[in-house]
Ligand binder design. Structure first.
Ligand SMILES: [Zn+2]
Length: 160
């Protein structure tokens, strides 16, 4: 009898995730599936929802909209700041760093650099992006009490 994915099960999946135009963003490595405790918000909501009720051996694709992934893009998170805020640090488009903002610590990426101004984008890089997952369910089992207590999976009997 095959275990079914439900909250607090330990699940192992092989997966690949692509944008709508087929660019691969991430994938599990051969022989090294992604392990997680289901229903704990370890994955984006859209992928957890798609996994609910699936069984070992199931292969499926799931299209996940931004609201069930990394959210919509907000133009308000794009800001232009004085170049001198960065001091002597090198600034190049594409560079990512942590910044203190009114909303607390935030990851921002530099989108444009001018002589005295730098434009930064505080949106998650995958905000507003539709994600297409290819998933295969490798393993489903009960979580141990210790795993539930720690909130993570113990693979190969490790205890940490
Ligand atoms: Zn642990």
């Amino acid at each position: 009898m095959s275990e079914t994915i439900a909250p607090n099960k330990v699940v192992a999946i092989n997966y690949a995730v692509k944008t709508e135009d087929g660019q691969t963003l991430d994938q599990s490595k051969d022989g090294s599936p992604l392990n997680f405790i289901h229903g704990r918000g370890m994955l984006i909501p859209g992928l957890e929802n798609a996994l609910e009720g699936k069984k070992v051996g199931d292969s499926f694709t799931a299209e996940v909209k931004p609201e069930e992934a990394y959210g919509e893009r907000h133009d308000g998170l794009i800001q232009t700041v004085p170049r001198n805020l960065f001091g002597e640090n090198e600034v190049q488009p594409g560079m990512q760093f942590r910044a203190s903002t009114d909303q607390g610590e935030q990851s921002v990426v530099i989108v444009e650099v001018k002589d005295d101004e730098v434009t930064v984008d505080g949106n998650h890089p995958l905000a507003g992006v539709n994600l297409n997952f290819d998933v295969k369910v490798i393993e489903v089992r009960e979580a141990t009490e210790q795993e539930l207590e720690h909130g993570h999976v113990h693979t190969d009997g490790e205890d940490h």
